[in-house]
Every structure is written in structure tokens, then in C-alpha cells.
Design a protein around this ligand. Sequence first.
Ligand SMILES: NC(=O)c1ccc[n+]([C@@H]2O[C@H](COP(=O)([O-])OP(=O)(O)OC[C@H]3O[C@@H](n4cnc5c(N)ncnc54)[C@H](OP(=O)(O)O)[C@@H]3O)[C@@H](O)[C@H]2O)c1
Length: 240
Amino acid sequence: MKVVVVTGATRGLGLAIVSKLSREGYRLVAIGRNCSPELSRLIAASDGGIAFEPYDFNDTGGIHQFALHLGREYGRIYGLVNNAAVGHDGVLATMHEKDISELLRVNVEAPILLTKYLLRPMLINGAGRVVNISSIMATTGFSGLAAYGATKAALGGFTRSLAREVGRAGITVNTVAPGYMQTDMTNALQGEKLESIKRRSPLGRLAGVEDVAEGVAYLMGESAAMVTGTTLTIDAGSTA
Ligand SMILES: NC(=O)c1ccc[n+]([C@@H]2O[C@H](COP(=O)([O-])OP(=O)(O)OC[C@H]3O[C@@H](n4cnc5c(N)ncnc54)[C@H](OP(=O)(O)O)[C@@H]3O)[C@@H](O)[C@H]2O)c1
């Protein structure tokens, strides 16, 4: 059974990715700070197919040891989905420095370090998949999301160079860029603002977490063996 690590798997998109990949027959290691009731239910129904590992990605200094622990517990990792992120927003001029630091640490430094250490078993296997969850905000921009947008754009650059670096070893690296999805991260956006985003989308609705999880499953699978260094946008056409 191929083992896939998904970060930020307790809620929202990460939870949907774990659910989808588990149904596709992968063994999942779901990471977050605290296990949620929803993830606990998935684990209970998975017959050992899903495990929870707690980790706070603010602790970047411990990521090497954590990756070694994952290797010891679950064997050689096949896939990694870098999904965990914080979504602090606000105009840059008044944003607290600690929020900017956390954005850079959790959304950029932590996934780069975790990838560095989980790439090792993939290089030994001569096979592997890395999927980085970015956002359409990385390229469209949005007032109030300058620092967050910078972190999401960083993942696109990371994807493209790393894809070149590890392609010969049979490892693909891709980005998924979701549009607006209704999760805890976005629950402040409601009412008329939400309706106007829906109206502006060519498909007249928003892509949900399950739609985005389908894209991740595609990139994880054999059918995407020739896809690397690219961005799969799943936004119901909002950026068309
Ligand atoms: N929602 C959107 O509209 C949208 C649009 C485009 C892209 N995205 C991207 O999609 C991804 C998932 O977003 P979401 O909407 O599902 O967010 P969410 O509902 O807020 O969930 C965030 C996940 O990340 C984890 N996380 C946050 N900080 C962490 C830390 N320090 N250490 C470990 N885990 C941490 C959370 O775990 P805990 O339970 O431990 O807090 C949670 O599982 C993110 O990369 C986000 O940038 C979201």
C-alpha cells in the first residue's frame, strides 16, 4: 500500500483529501495540531488505513526528527501533500509582525523542510509525488492578502524548481491552486460578498473541497505520471 502524508488534515481541504485518497486505496498519515471529531470518525472507519500524527509546524526545528519518526512508523513514504497553512489577513501596513512570521513559517518554511526530509525515501524508491496546495490568490492578488499571497506564490516557485531537480528520480512535483472554498479559513466571508464571487464564476458556483481533492488524487495517481512542475487550477473558472 502506498503511504501518503497529508498536512493540515484535520479540517477543510486536508480532511477531504485524506477521505478521497483513502477511498482510492492509499494508506494515509494525517497531520495537524489536534485531531478533530471528523478526522477521528474517518480513522475509525478506515480499518487501519488512516493514522493521525500530531505536529505543530510552527516548530520548524523539529521537522527533521518528525520526518524520521514518520519513516520509522510508516515505512517509505510515497506521497506528500503540503496543505497545512494559516490564512491571516489584513492590510499590510497594520499587520502584526508575528502574523507575518507565522505565515512565512507555517506556509513556506515548514513545507519546504518537510519535503526536504520526506524526499529522501522517495529518492531511494525512485518514485514519489509531491503536491503543494497554493491558491489562485498567488497570481490574482487580493487586497488584504499580500503576505498570505506571497506565501502561496512561493509554493509555485518551489514546485517548478524542485520538479526539475527530482524528475530524473521518478518524482513529480505539482501545485494545486484552489479558488475560494467554504472552510474555516474563509468563514468570515459570507452574504452578498460570497454571492458575488459565486455569480462571477463561469460555472455559477464555487468549487468545493471535494472537487479540489479530486485534482490532488489525479496528481497522486499513475495517470499523472507525465505531469510535473505545473499548476492545476480548480476554481470553477473564476480566473478564466
Ligand atoms: N479555503 C479557501 O478558500 C482556500 C483557497 C485557496 C487555497 N486554500 C489553501 O488550501 C489549504 C487548506 O485550507 P483550508 O481552507 O482547508 O484551511 P482550514 O480549514 O483553516 O484548515 C487548515 C488546516 O491546516 C492545519 N494547520 C494550520 N496551522 C497549523 C500548524 N501550525 N501546524 C499544523 N497544522 C496546522 C490545521 O490544523 P489544526 O486543526 O491543527 O488547526 C487544519 O487542518 C491551505 O493551504 C490554504 O492556503 C484555501
